[in-house]
Design a binder for this molecule. Sequence first.
Ligand code: F6R
Length: 238
Amino acid sequence: MVLIRENDFDEMSRCAADLIAAQLKRKPDSVLGLATGSSPLGVYRRLIELYEAGKVDFSRAYAVNLDEYCGLPATHPESYAYFMKENFFDHINIKPENTFIPNGNAADPVAECVRYDHLIGWLGGIDLQLLGIGFNGHVGFNEPSRHFIDETHRVKLTASTLEANGRFFPDGKPPAYAITVGMKTIMRAKTVVLIAGEEKFEIVKRAFTGAVTPEVPASILLDHPNAAVIYTGKETIE
Ligand code: F6R
C-alpha cells in the first residue's frame, strides 16, 4: 500500500480519476468498484470531463457499487442508486445494464447478499475499487467490529456513521441499516484507490500508521499489494 499526499480536494480527485481512466485504457471492460458520499464527487466530475473530452470510454465497463441503505426506494434522492445516476452514470456512456448496486429493499436481505457476491464472482471480481473512508475507519459500510466480515452483509450502522450521514437527510436521520460488500471483495480487488479529504486526516493517520485491526476496518489495506491511499492534509504521513 502506498500513501500519496495531494495539496487539496481537486488534486486528490484528479489523481484518483486519472488512475481510473488509465485502468479503462488498459482494460476497457474493467469492473470498477464504486463508492458514494461526498469524497468521490470530485472524481466523478473529473471523469465526466475526461469522457466529454473523448479521453475515457465507459462503453465496455462494469460498475459495482459498494453499498446501499435498506428501506429507501431507488428513486429516493439519498439512495445510492439515485446518487450514482445523478452524479455519474447519467453523464457517461456506461450501459445501465452494466451497473450494479445492492438492493436495499430486497424482501430477503440474506439472499440479496448472496446474490451480490455471486454477481461479483461472475463478473470476475473487481479490477479497481474506489473507496472513501468513514470517520470511524469504515470502508463500504464495514463498520468497526471485533472481526472482519468477508461476505456481503446487512449491517446496523454505528452512531458515528448515522451522525456523519445525517447531513444528507432533511430530518438528520439516515436509515439504520445498509447492505455492504464485505472485506473479501475489497481485498480481492486488483487495485484499490482510497480517497480521503482533509477532514479525514486523523483517521487516515490512525488507520495506516498502526496495526491492522477490525476496530479500524480500512487498516486492512496495509496488507493489500496494490492499494493507493490518496489524502490531503497539512502533514505527510510516514
Ligand atoms: C459510500 C461508502 C462509505 C463512504 C464513507 C465516507 O458508498 O461506502 O464508506 O465512502 O462513509 O463518506 P463521505 O465521502 O461522504 O465522507
